[in-house]
Design a protein around this ligand. Structure first.
Ligand code: DLZ
Length: 162
């Protein structure tokens, strides 16, 4: 479903798993910080709203979205977290750099999900311009950070017992 048809912050609270006692790592990119800080803050707020203690949320920054792979990998391998959320924002420019970063991050995070037992949530916004990113980080289409937090709690609850 295209994001245009869905508000990223709208979810049914009765269907969100309780986050009490859950530990969540959030790695976020400093590149496009206006966007990534809003996504990070949205994720934190939603985790806390759903029962996760502030002290059970660990925030780590990396320079750019490409480094999310290493950051998330380190968090996963530490074994300290029930889920890891990777947050970044890549805005299309004049060169193919956009495509390389998006493909690299997608492949890297996907690989972590296959090889390790901690769910890694994909919080990478990939847009054609700044306005589209603003719309998805607290603007008219909601905040993808909220969506990532809800997804993390659902993944923990559904797979913790397996
Ligand atoms: C180099 C670069 C460019 C051009 N654009 C972005 C971007 O839109 N979003 C982002 O998160 N990072 C960008 N970067 C930085 C790369 O992710 C990475 O930090 C550098 O290539 C160094 O590895």
């Amino acid at each position: 479903m295209a994001t245009e048809l869905k508000n990223l912050s709208s979810y049914d609270p009765s269907k969100v798993a309780d986050g009490s006692g859950r530990k969540v790592g959030i790695v976020y990119a400093e590149w496009n910080e206006e966007i990534t800080y809003a996504l990070r803050d949205g994720a934190v707020k939603t985790l806390i709203k759903n029962g996760v203690s502030q002290s059970d949320i660990t925030l780590t920054s990396v320079p750019g979205s490409f480094e999310l792979i290493f950051g998330a990998s380190q968090m996963v391998k530490s074994g300290k977290y029930d889920a890891v959320i990777a947050i970044g924002c890549v805005i299309r420019g004049d060169t193919p750099h956009f495509d390389y970063i998006c493909e690299g991050v997608t492949a890297g995070l996907s690989r972590l999900n296959v090889e390790y037992d901690t769910p890694v949530i994909f919080g990478l916004i990939t847009t054609n311009n700044l306005q589209q990113a603003q719309e998805r980080s607290g603007g008219r289409l909601g905040n993808k950070g909220d969506e990532c937090a809800v997804t993390a709690l659902q993944m923990i609850a559904q797979f913790k017992h397996i």
